[in-house]
Structures are given as structure tokens and as C-alpha cells.
Design a protein around this ligand. Structure first.
Ligand code: FE2
Ligand code: FE2
Length: 192
């Protein structure tokens, strides 16, 4: 069960397929960033040893996704390159409070929401692509991102307690939905 506060509109996946090379490149960057988020938490929070192994495994899995998307880029005759990211992650991060332990709670819950949204969006792409091999690849990722969502929620509960998570997650989910609601239409996974 994803805790998102909005559903992506029905025409979104078809629009993304119109400019899919750009979306695939964005997807590669997103997998790289997902690995980076997990690694940064390992560096910043050694005081929470129970987070180390799951975050390390998560980072490895995201890097494996990154390599797989690089493979799809190559198969389409495209190279990896710099790309202007969507404003989504940066805007989401602005809601992270600066004092601890609130900061860690917010970072974990933002991670949970990003994974949930990725799960929703990659699933929409999987449905739109159908039996195409790329569609099957996305169907696999949808399951992985759902699991990552659950992992971040579980870590947040262990760090701050379930009551704190249940109080804060809906606030951040409102913020996340608002960001996408006001996002530009562009060929990015986290666009409008
Ligand atoms: Fe991933
Ligand atoms: Fe993920």
C-alpha cells in the first residue's frame, strides 16, 4: 500500500512514451540518485547501526538498476549524459526539518515517498509498454520500488516510532502531491 496523496493522471504514460529517450535518461539519473540517497544516510547516521545493512543493500540494488537502465540506453543507441533534472527532489527536500531527530525522520519519509511515486510511475510505464521487453523490465522495477518504499517506512518507524511516522507522513505526502500538481509538463519521471 503506497501512501501517496495523489494519483498520476491517466494520459501521463502515453505522453512520456512520446519522448521516451529523455525519460529513459532521466530514469538512469534517478536510479543513480536513489543509490546516492542511501549511501549518504550511511555516512551521516552511523549512530543508527540497524540502518547500515539494509541501506547498503538498497544502494547496491539501486546501482544494479542504474546499470540495467544504462544497458537499455545503449540498446537504443543512446549514451549516458548530463541532463537537467526535474525540480521534484529538490523541492521535496525543502520540507526536511533541520533539527535532529526530525531531520532523519523526514529524510527517511521523503525517501519512502520518492520510492512510492517511482513505483506508481514505473508501473504506469510498465502497463503502457505491455509485453515489450522494456515493459517487463519496468514491471520488475515496480515491485522493487514498492519494497523500497516499505523499507524506508520501516526504518522511519524504528527511528522515531510508529506514531511519529503516522503524524508526519501525511504532511509530507501532501507536500509531494502539491509539488507534482504544480510541476511543469516535461519528459521526466517526476513531471506533471
Ligand atoms: Fe530503483
Ligand atoms: Fe528504489
Amino acid at each position: 500500500v503506497l501512501k501517496l496523496h495523489s494519483d498520476t493522471e491517466s494520459g501521463w504514460a502515453a505522453r512520456m512514451l512520446e519522448n521516451f529517450d529523455e525519460v529513459l535518461l532521466d530514469h538512469a539519473h534517478c536510479e543513480k540518485k536513489a543509490a546516492g540517497v542511501a549511501v549518504r544516510l550511511i555516512f551521516q547516521y552511523p549512530a543508527f547501526p540497524f540502518m547500515m545493512e539494509p541501506l547498503s543493500a538498497l544502494a547496491r540494488e539501486e546501482l544494479a538498476h542504474f546499470e540495467e537502465v544504462l544497458g537499455w540506453l545503449e540498446r537504443r543507441g543512446l549514451g549516458f549524459r548530463r541532463q537537467k533534472p526535474s525540480a521534484y527532489a529538490g523541492r521535496l527536500r525543502r520540507a526536511v526539518r533541520t533539527a535532529e531527530p526530525e531531520r532523519l525522520l523526514d529524510l527517511l519519509l521523503c525517501g519512502a515517498l520518492i520510492e512510492a511515486r517511482s513505483c506508481e510511475r514505473l508501473g504506469l510505464l510498465a502497463d503502457a509498454l505491455g509485453e515489450d521487453p522494456l515493459g517487463r523490465f519496468y514491471a520488475g522495477l515496480r515491485k522493487a520500488e514498492a519494497r523500497h518504499h516499505g523499507l524506508y517506512v520501516d526504518l522511519a518507524c524504528e527511528v522515531a516510532g510508529r506514531a511519529a511516522v503516522e503524524a508526519r507522513l501525511p504532511e509530507l505526502a501532501d507536500h509531494e502531491a502539491e509539488i507534482l500538481d504544480t510541476a511543469p509538463r516535461e519528459a521526466r519521471l517526476h513531471s506533471a
